[in-house]
Each structure stands twice: as C-alpha cells, then as structure tokens.
Design a protein around this ligand. Structure first.
Ligand code: G3H
Ligand code: 13P
Ligand code: ZN
Ligand code: NA
Length: 311
C-alpha cells in the first residue's frame, strides 16, 4: 500500500534498522527497486527530486509509483519529495498525491528554515503527509546548489530540540560527514562519519527519526566496471557500508541512495554496449540495467539497512 512514513519510522527506530530511500526517475528504476523490496518483504521510500520532476514529469512519476503499489501489494511504499526547496513545491507535491515531503531549508538562515518548515508541516499534516527537514549543510552537489567542502557544516546538536519543537516536522536530516554524489572523499582521505554527533542529536531527541542524505557507498565494483568499459570515474568514493550499518542501528531511520542506482545502471549499460556492439533495442540493455538495480537494492536491504522482512 501507499503510506506515509509514520509507521515505517516507528518500527525502524524500535527495531534498530533503517528504511532505504531510493531516487526514481524512470520505469526501470521503479521496477528494479520495488521488485527487490517485494521479494525481501522490505518497506521502501521512493523519492522524487525537483530534477526528476523536471525530467519525467510529476504525473508520469506518480503513476509509475502507483503501478508499483499495485504490482507489489505486500510492502508499504512511501512517495516522497526529495529536497523540496520551497513551501510552494512541497504544497504542489502534497496536492499531487505524495505521502511525504522534504522541505530543505538547510542553506537558509536558521529562523527562515524554522518558519518555512513549520508552514510546510502545518499544511502537510492536514493531509496526513509526513515532513522531513534538514539542519546542517552537506558538502557536494544537489540540483543547482553546490556546497563547497569548506562551507559544509555539521549539524549543531544544540539546535535540534528547538527546531523540531517549533516546526513540528516528523523527521530530521543531519550533516555528519556524508555528501551527495560519487566523490565523497578526496583520494587518500580516510572516510569518516561523525557518529558522535548522531548520538548527541538522538540524546536530545529521544525516539525521533533521523535521516542520512548522501549515503551511497559508491560501490567499488560498479566504479571499476564503468572504468573498464570506457567510462572515466577515477577517485569515485563513498561511505563504507559498516559505517552506514552502525548509523542504521542508531536513530537513523532513513538512508538516501541515488548515486549507487546511477552507478549500477551505467555500469550495466556500458558493459552491455561493449559486449554487444550490434544491438540497438533499448529493451536489450535496459533489462540487465533493471536487474542490476534490483540486485544492488537487495544487497543494501540485507547488508546495510537491515529492513528485510519488516514489511
Ligand atoms: O540529492 C540529490 C539526489 O541525488 C537527486 O539528484 O537532483 O540530480 O535528481 P537530482
Ligand atoms: P547519494 O548521492 O549519496 O546517493 O545521496 C542521495 C541523496 O541524498 C538524495 O537525497
Ligand atoms: Zn539528499
Ligand atoms: Na535506526
């Protein structure tokens, strides 16, 4: 069924695991993710960015997710807006059938972030839609916002109680060292997550669901395959799986993954073209790409998230 994130997060928090939030942009991605979740009986969040809405159009994406809900009746599926930059965009998605939205005011001054997040939550809750907000700045690229490494800042635990109390949001994304994209650490730099900040945040917000953005592992096999078959992604590096597993056992209830989907799909298509230079039917190369996504998501569910059998 199509659901908001209330029950998912309550169970995830209590059970010491996390729900995967995967970005969707087309049919094969929706199918690959949800087939994996259906087989492993895992709840899932399908999230749509502003860029995805621009690329595929709101109606196509909501209808694809509706189809996935019909085809996979045994699992809870939430349809979530990723990085909503304004009240208007959040309202558009709430009115248009989303069950959850993120208002991302993390780059705005604190008081503006509070005021707009509060307004979004007030509107969303009338329609039983859940709201995620963000405090702290991740490094990296998201849509047209590029935050330089030195401008990134960890979430200040001293702010979280006031923020959640005044906004009434249902979950909070925090910055503890993750970042968006396929280049999360410099070559030679040791990957590090500030789990101490996560712990301090959850001490201030007992029982409250925390979200990790920029949480792809940039799976080395896919990077290697891309480079082997004509791509150029030297130095692509992500968050080690064991760090994400630790976070999932703690207050983190939602782990956002987009880059690993892109890498799985691209690695598969590059390999296919290299091995089958005469083929030109898109179904021939998109079918293995869809399977690659499915297998990658199955791996996340069992090895990182811990949400198998929790539907
Ligand atoms: O946080 C960013 C997500 O990976 C979505 O990326 O804005 O290019 O669709 P996008
Ligand atoms: P990755 O780029 O690490 O996959 O992060 C995705 C994300 O945070 C989407 O909101
Ligand atoms: Zn994000
Ligand atoms: Na958790």
């Amino acid at each position: 069924p199509l659901v908001n994130t209330v029950e998912m997060f309550k169970k995830a928090y209590a059970g010491g695991y996390a729900i995967g939030a995967f970005n969707v942009n087309n049919m094969e991605i929706v199918q690959g993710i949800t087939e994996a979740c259906q087989e492993l009986k895992a709840p899932v969040i399908l999230q749509v960015s502003a860029g995805a809405r621009k690329y595929a159009n709101h109606t196509y994406l909501t209808k694809l997710v509706e189809a996935a809900v019909i085809e996979n009746p045994d699992i809870p599926i939430a349809l979530h807006l990723d990085h909503g930059s304004s009240y208007e965009l959040c309202k558009d998605c709430i009115d248009g059938g989303f069950t959850s939205v993120m208002f991302d005011g993390s780059s705005k001054p604190y008081e503006e972030n509070v005021e707009e997040a509060r307004k979004v939550a007030e509107y969303a809750h009338k329609y039983n839609v859940t709201v995620e907000a963000e405090l702290g700045k991740l490094a990296g690229v998201e849509d047209d916002v590029k935050v330089e490494d030195d401008k990134a800042q960890f979430t200040d635990p001293d702010e979280v109680q006031d923020f959640v109390k005044r906004t009434g949001v249902d979950s909070l994304a925090i910055a503890i060292g993750t970042s968006h994209g396929a280049y999360k650490f410099k070559p030679g730099q040791k990957p590090k997550l500030r789990l101490d900040i996560l712990q301090e945040v959850s001490n201030r917000l007992p029982g409250f669901p925390i979200v990790l953005h920029g949480a792809s592992s940039v799976i080395p096999e896919f990077v290697q395959m891309i480079n082997q078959y004509g791509g150029q992604m030297p130095d692509a590096i992500g968050i080690p799986e064991e760090m994400l597993r630790e976070a999932a056992k703690m207050a983190v209830c939602k782990i956002n993954i987009d880059s690993d989907l892109r890498l799985a799909m691209t690695a598969s298509v590059r390999k296919y073209f290299a091995e089958n230079p005469t083929h030109f039917d898109p179904r021939q190369y998109l079918a293995p790409a869809r399977t690659a996504i499915k297998e990658m998501v199955e791996h996340k569910i069992t090895a990182v998230l811990g949400c198998a059998g929790k539907a």
